[in-house]
Design a protein around this ligand. Sequence first.
Ligand code: DP6
Length: 339
Amino acid sequence: MSNIITMIAPVNIAVIKYWGKRNEELILPLNDSVSVTLNANVMCAKTTVCVSPNFLEDEIWLNGAKESFTNQRLQNCLKEIKSRAAVERSVDDIFLTWKVHICSENNFPTAAGLASSAAGYACLVSALAKAYKIKSDVSSIARLGSGSACRSVYGGFVRWHAGVESDGSDSIAVQIANKSHWPEMSALILVVGDTQKKISSSKGMKLSVETSDLFQFRVQNCVPKRVEEICKAITTKDFVKFAEITMKDSNQFHAICLDSYPPITYMTDTSYKIIEMIHKYNNIHPKIKIAYTFDAGPNACLYLLEEEVPKILSLIQHIFPTSTPDKFITGLPIQHEKI
Ligand code: DP6
């Protein structure tokens, strides 16, 4: 007898960035963040979990390679799932003593600043929650794996409330609007590089909290206002406002990285060339048509309305012909997704 569950989970790309923790172990952020969940058809994580009395150990395979199960974050997720199952009495007690095998894969570069841990942990936790028949909110369990993962539990537009409680009970993700609310919204992922980032998000944000003078200013004076404004822009479908805040927040996040000591640089010359291209394009139009945002890596996520997609695709191909040595589409085609 065993219980096998397979799930897929999408990537989410923040428009107001989460950067900095108030509690490292519980993964509690210092600021609210807002993201858009992409369509799972193109970029997603896929996880199968199997709980069986025949297994001797908990084991995990990531993208085909066996990994150690000693990873603390992984253990914390499994522990929380089991304690919720015990409280909710969703499965028999004997089930909680069985071992679990987990097999997870991404169909896009891992740890290249493409939110792979977000999709990965959201998927893992959703699959475990289904196997253990958990009914309560799973975003707070996904958060224990990787902060940004809590937002991938929902589709559409999502806000992760930082919360104030020390046990993290109010640090949860909430859907602002589902994807059918703004069906014209599209995302283009420009894969500039698919190598692992030099410094992980976890280490990078810790360094920023400890050393950046601009960091506190961002958290106290900028993010709260931006979060309210972008939530309003989403509910009223105000693309110009949405795009302006998205770009400003991405730029501020990378400015904080540069203000960290030693400085952290995630973007490359090609990333800056993309920024320049977008501003030039926006400037020749009466209204902003397209927004960029960069996570902890050189790859761009462009948000735009669907009618702009063909124009932007031909502009990109004109400015970055794939034949140049500075190819920015490495391994993956440009991913066009209707969210
Ligand atoms: C720049 O969620 O990867 O993508 O919680 O330490 O696992 P940990 O960090 P992670 O950080 C994501 C940072 C970001 C911004 C964002 O997604 O909000």
